[in-house]
Design a binder for this molecule. Structure first.
Ligand code: G1P
Length: 289
């Protein structure tokens, strides 16, 4: 079985829900505590053993490229001031030379189209896909757990998360088949269904391990829900010839594409930090009265 070496991060979205904060800054660079959202997601991929990071960007996303590069002036200043902890942090966060690639989605045609834009960089091997809006917070990274399932099952693996029925129309939803240890066979998929048409309340939570055969299906550029080229539609087509497994993530998921999800993520990540939690808890208590 081929090892999963590469991960794709679609970061071309406009971030209109966070205006004016995202007028000049990509939404992926908004901080959750002191790390940009995209850094948290890259951390998760590195924990899972990913070696190459492919970003599908768009106009005005240049600072994401700068973030994953050396900053010589800053490092020289930190060095002069003897700030070794900060220097170490910067260097341990940085992927190695040649381990990042950037390509652009030239038009906002949907997630399926964004993933297809990475086809030349991924090549003919299975790959991981991580949607930066969705922060998966738990003792162990979601993708690391999915890798373990994939080593046992092969095929394609998608992380899933239970949501209340009245929220299913915001997400892709899977049909649940027989259980296999920590995972289950996926029997169907539908993008943003009405609650009455949803095959379950397990939403597709934004972490995928996909076979490269997905690219030939995405190539057809079929338009689906919301007038967009949907990844879910091509995965459903691939399900006719290859197995898909659902991986139930055991931590908490924050949808940082929404204001409430983003704010809740900041609280949860701060409370999980030994250096911040005690003082922050006091502030929260005072605020909540
Ligand atoms: C995308 C996927 C959807 C998934 C969701 C998770 O939708 O198409 O299947 O459930 O991400 O955030 P989007 O949020 O881009 O509308």
């Amino acid at each position: 079985m081929k090892r999963i070496r590469k991960a794709v991060f679609p970061v071309a979205g406009l971030g209109t829900r966070f205006l004016p904060a995202t007028k000049a800054i990509p939404k992926e660079m908004l901080p959750v505590v002191d790390r940009p959202v995209i850094q948290h997601v890259v951390d998760e991929a590195r924990e899972a053993g990913i070696e190459h990071f492919i970003f599908v960007t768009g106009r005005n996303k240049g600072v994401i490229e700068d973030h994953f590069d050396k900053q010589f002036e800053l490092e020289a200043t930190l060095e002069r001031r003897g700030k070794t902890a900060e220097l170490e942090l910067l260097s341990s966060d940085l992927p190695g030379a040649g381990q990042t690639s950037f390509t652009r989605q030239q038009e906002p045609l949907g997630l399926g189209h964004a993933v297809w834009c990475a086809r030349e960089l991924v090549g003919d091997e299975p790959f991981a896909l991580l949607l930066p809006d969705m922060l998966h917070h738990g003792p162990r990274g979601c993708l690391a757990g999915m890798m373990e399932v994939h080593r046992e099952t092969g095929g394609n693996v998608i992380s899933v998360y239970e949501v209340p029925r009245d929220q299913v129309s915001q997400y892709g939803i899977v049909g649940v088949g027989e259980s296999r240890g920590k995972s289950f066979r996926i029997t169907s998929m539908v993008e943003k269904p009405k609650p009455a048409d949803a095959p379950s309340n397990y939403m597709i939570s934004g972490r995928y391990i996909l076979q490269p055969d997905i690219f030939a299906l995405l190539e057809k550029q079929t338009v689906g829900a919301g007038g967009e080229i949907q990844l879910t539609d091509s995965m459903l087509a691939l399900l006719q010839t290859q197995p898909f497994f659902g991986y139930r993530f055991e931590g908490r998921i924050f949808d940082c594409g929404s204001k409430i999800g983003f704010l809740a993520a900041n609280v949860a990540y701060a409370l999980a930090r030994d250096d911040i939690a005690p003082a922050f808890r006091n502030e929260l208590k005072a605020l909540l009265g």
